[in-house]
Design a protein around this ligand. Structure first.
Ligand code: ADE
Length: 225
């Protein structure tokens, strides 16, 4: 998979060189390129924003640098992701679908957002996904691009050291994950649930499922089907 990230703060994406995505990069499963949007400006001040037509607070990102950046980065295979609190909510299903793509392009907006004509142009020429991490507002799309990249990249076949861990984790089956324990069996007077020490695989599986259902009901009733 190839991922291009366009931003005015390329340093924000430095963590991609570390940890999980870093390993996939080393193994050649993943090629991530981060681009400074200002490379596609032509004025002395490398301007990327301006005041909003119609008035109001804040600044809006001008369309011209975005147009040139997308012309130079996108191909017919691209899915162009615009992180925004006004997008559809990103979830594990979206992560799985994106992990099968060959090319993702992230457009990280700042300020009040990107001129709508850029979004309309993306929708006309490529596949557009406006995605939100949830009902809260970040200062820009960079942190969302990092989070979405990590969620997607770990689903690329061959990426995870132990792919079994993908099957049992939270959201894989529409439930939150059951609680987990390791040694010692007793710690500060708190004991590991007896059933986990029993060696009875059927009982362990049943207990874990009950715990997952109970957790989901208590914390995320919206996920219950
Ligand atoms: N940009 C700003 N806030 C965001 C959010 N909640 N999700 C995705 N991108 C964003």
């Amino acid at each position: 998979m190839r991922i291009d990230i366009i931003t005015i703060f390329p340093e924000y994406l430095d963590p991609l060189a570390l940890s999980l995505p870093g390993r996939a990069r080393e193994r050649g499963l993943l090629d991530i390129q981060v681009h400074d949007l200002r490379e596609w400006t032509h004025d002395r001040h490398r301007t990327v924003d301006d005041t909003p037509y119609g008035g109001g607070a804040g600044m809006v990102m001008r369309p011209e640098p975005w147009g040139e950046a997308l012309d130079s980065v996108c191909t017919e295979e691209s899915v162009v992701i615009v992180p925004t609190p006004s997008g559809e909510v990103f979830d594990q299903g979206r992560a799985a679908a994106l992990s099968a793509e060959r090319h993702l392009v992230f457009c990280c907006g700042r300020y009040e957002g990107i001129d709508q004509r850029v979004i309309d142009e993306i929708a006309d020429r490529w596949r557009l996904a406006e995605l939100s991490l949830g009902d809260f507002v970040l200062n820009g799309g960079e942190v969302a691009a990092l989070a979405i990249t990590e969620a997607v990249v770990r689903l690329i076949p061959g990426f995870m050291g132990n792919p079994d861990s993908l099957v049992e984790e939270s959201h894989a089956d529409g439930l939150l994950e059951y609680p987990v324990y390791t040694k010692p069996a007793s710690w500060r007077g708190r004991d590991v649930p007896e059933v986990l020490l029993s060696g009875h695989h059927g009982n362990v599986a049943r207990w874990r499922h009950e715990q997952a259902v109970e957790r989901t009901r208590a914390r995320r009733p919206d996920l219950e089907r």
